[in-house]
Write a protein that binds this ligand. Structure first.
Ligand code: F6P
Length: 471
């Protein structure tokens, strides 16, 4: 079996206090099971020279991390990755701030990753690159002569060509994906958007159902919706609800129903819209006033970027307005917390909640939605209110699907969730849980890897891609 080499901007080195984002949550169990190497940014900014790659061994995995120079961090991470690619891939052309300098920094850091990674590579390693920070990495490795199987998975959405083409220099960037052997997406819509871009903008020919010819290379495209560890998360939640922490939270609610939201502070998550919807709910369904508390846990993120400061201010103002207008001395409608919580604490809170509000304006998948459902008590479950624009909506079609821009519609869904009969709640939770177990995190990773490098004697990659896409 080939050694697995994972490359991503963030590396989930154990024992570090870094909070785990969706990507880290998805990758960690794969490496725990299979072993291998995880390479990426250390999360540190070097004053001058970034120094050598730092190696740490934990269980069967090698963690190799590198610092970034200040200008690299600024141009690559705060600049092109998070002020250009992030907004555009989330359909937010209005927020994109492009400079040629940042684009240069993005390519430079990808080169820097390739240069440092190659010292650790073996010829038969299977390399799996994750997310929008590293689109040109395979190209940089190929130019250095590496012939390994290299796969790429995009955790965030891929918009249609009409939006992708607003990305300055897309002609240079997007075709770099042609240096991978397999490019994976979260949903059929994302994969179709990418295929349309290749056909209409690049004039590339499909060689068959799954692949495109980039010169003499065939790049396969597949759909691999990322899953969660559904059964073990359910076990964690069963234990966590008994914890002192959850007991204290429930005690402080004095018997009120709890609605929960958990999101990084990011404009893609639709937080101001969600606050408006909760306010609308209090206005349109006044009987609930004083009987329900909405707990929104929102760790700050990407704090060096103006748009993130702006969204933080907007959400803070909305919370202040709602609490000031509708609150009582004995009741605070919204509890808004910027502190990150452990997975155990979240699992317990999910199980204790009557409903979850997961209403991003656009999201690649959204693992909070899946983990909320996995955490529920099947005998008396809470209800998931989910944006139709989250990748998770396809597998969680038994949730209450909403349009996050329609605050009245979301308000109606909140009322419906809180009033839903037990039998209907059970049925909806069971329907989603079944899907989550069938496509859990292990299936996701195994399917991607088996498609990238089919085991000897197995049906070739084509059949695998078709299976992965559910065709
Ligand atoms: O969805 C993309 C993603 O990489 C998530 O996996 C993660 O939650 C988030 O972005 C982390 O962002 P950052 O690394 O910028 O803090």
């Amino acid at each position: 079996m080939a050694r697995l080499v994972i490359v991503s901007n963030r590396v989930g080195v154990p024992d570090r206090n870094a909070r785990a984002g969706g990507l880290e949550v998805a990758i960690r169990p794969t490496l725990r099971r299979r072993g291998g190497l995880w390479f990426g940014w250390s999360g540190r900014i070097a004053e001058n020279d970034p120094g050598p790659v730092k190696i740490a061994e934990h269980d069967n995995t090698t963690y190799a991390t590198i610092d970034l120079r200040k200008d690299d961090y600024q141009e690559f991470y705060n600049g092109f990755a998070n002020r250009v690619l992030w907004p555009i891939l989330h359909y937010r052309l209005d927020l994109a701030e492009f400079t040629r300098r940042d684009l240069g920094g993005y390519f430079r850091v990808n080169e820097f990753f390739a240069k440092n990674l190659e010292k650790l590579l073996r010829p038969d390693d299977m390399i799996w690159v994750h997310d929008y920070h590293l689109i040109p990495l395979a190209k940089a490795l190929r130019e250095r002569g590496h012939k390994n199987k290299i796969g790429f998975f995009l955790h965030i959405p891929c918009p249609p060509p009409e939006i992708l083409t607003a990305l300055p220099n897309h002609e240079q960037l997007i075709p770099a994906l042609g240096q991978y052997d397999l490019v994976g997406f979260q949903t059929e819509v994302d994969a179709t958007n990418f295929a349309r871009y290749l056909a209409t903008e690049r004039g590339l020919n499909r060689v068959d159902d799954e692949g495109f010819a980039f010169g003499d290379r065939i790049v396969r495209i597949g759909v691999f919706p990322v899953g969660v560890e559904a059964e073990s998360f359910a076990r964690l939640a069963r234990r966590a609800i008994e914890s002192e922490f959850v007991g204290d939270v429930l005690g402080s609610l004095s018997g009120r129903a709890m609605i929960i939201g958990v999101d990084r502070l990011d404009y893609s998550k639709g937080l101001p819209e969600r606050m408006n919807a909760f306010e609308r709910f209090l206005v349109n369904f006044p009987d609930w006033r004083g009987k329900v508390t909405y707990l929104q846990i929102t760790p700050r993120s990407r704090t060096g970027i103006q748009e993130y400061a702006d969204i933080g201010r907007q959400v803070g103002e909305a919370v202040g307005r709602i609490n000031g207008t509708y609150g009582e001395a004995s009741w605070t409608p919204v509890r808004y917390i910027n502190k990150a919580h452990s997975r155990t604490a979240l699992a317990g809170l999910y199980r204790a909640a009557r409903a979850a509000l997961v209403t991003p304006l656009r999201d690649g998948m959204n693992l909070v939605a899946k983990e909320f459902v996995a955490a529920q008590n099947p005998d008396d479950p809470g209800v998931l209110i989910l944006s139709r624009f989250a990748g998770a909506a396809r597998e969680c079609s038994a949730a209450l699907l909403v349009n996050p821009y329609d605050s009245e519609g979301v308000a109606i869904a909140i009322n419906r969730a809180l009033s839903m009969p037990l039998e209907e709640r059970r049925q909806r939770q069971a329907d989603i849980f079944k899907v989550l177990v069938a496509n859990d995190l292990t299936h996701w990773a195994e399917r991607f890897m088996a498609t990238l490098e089919p085991p000897h004697g197995a049906a070739g990659g084509r059949a695998q891609v078709r299976a992965a896409a559910g065709r």
